[in-house]
Write a protein that binds this ligand. Sequence first.
Ligand SMILES: [Zn+2]
Length: 346
Amino acid sequence: MDQPEPVRTPASWVVVGLDNGGTCNNATVLDATGQFLVDHLVENPSLVDDGPESAVTALADAFRNILELTSTPLTLVRAVGLDTPGPASATGVISSKGSTNFNQVSWHGFDIRGALEAELGLPVVYNNDANAAALYAHHRHFGDDAMKRSSIAAIVGTGLGGGVVESGRVVSGAAGMAGELGHVQIPLHGVLEPDQPIPACNCGFEGDVESVASLTGIKNNLLPYWLTRFPDHPLATEPIGKAAKLLRGYGEREDPLALAVFGQQARAIGKLFTIAANFTDPHAYLLGGGVVEAAPQFRQWFLNTVRESTELRREQLAVASFALVADLDMAGARGAAVAALERVKA
Ligand SMILES: [Zn+2]
């Protein structure tokens, strides 16, 4: 449990945001005026490895705990926002094939949103974690104008997550699979070297964004290639998984191999954003993940490279913005809460 910091008590009705992760649930409270009552991570064990029943009980515990911490009476809560890792349907039914976090058979096809709703007796609004983070990034970036603006967010981590937000709301799609930005295939011209193999993704596609712009892409595709170009590099003697994780530190020190790899990632994201420019023409192009936690000079170079690789028309350049999004450790819970607040207000 985190060291308690000052928290506010609610001035109006509220919604609760619950972010379900592989080891922890993170919880927050958002009041009707748009103020978060908690300014730090509040975590409880998620117990997802113990199966759905224990995990839903753990979510209910996280809910009660955050109300107690913020001195919020249960009667003030109008709705609960929930996010989990995907893949899941738009209404929170875990994939029939399970997933990395939900691999027990009892999870396959489990309606986690419905189960929590029954447990709490309150409406539960579901988003996958990438979409929840994108929604929070959007609202944080635009503030009071959020419901009048659109954005695309790419979040670089083990994979490439993110989402598409239109008029302040996540585009979730018919099957809940909109905004799977990592698996959008991109033109590789200008991204890869002439003799570089076409990168493959775990999803079965070749040359999608995640095959380049993710930690997995570095490990499986980019670093093995670039080490053939820099055979004497110190990372050549490390196991590839460890070397991939160490690469950002080299990038911050302007190591040529690392800059070659991260330059390819930034150009791949630029290609994705160019597709977005012609598809939904968003007001903002948001970038998050590990790169945002890097040294300021390095992350600015990365963002600039993304921007230079995004081909916008003059009319778009006049209205579009590019930005890094921070506070991503709380983004899931906060985005889930924002979605619940908008649902209540709608
Ligand atoms: Zn893919």
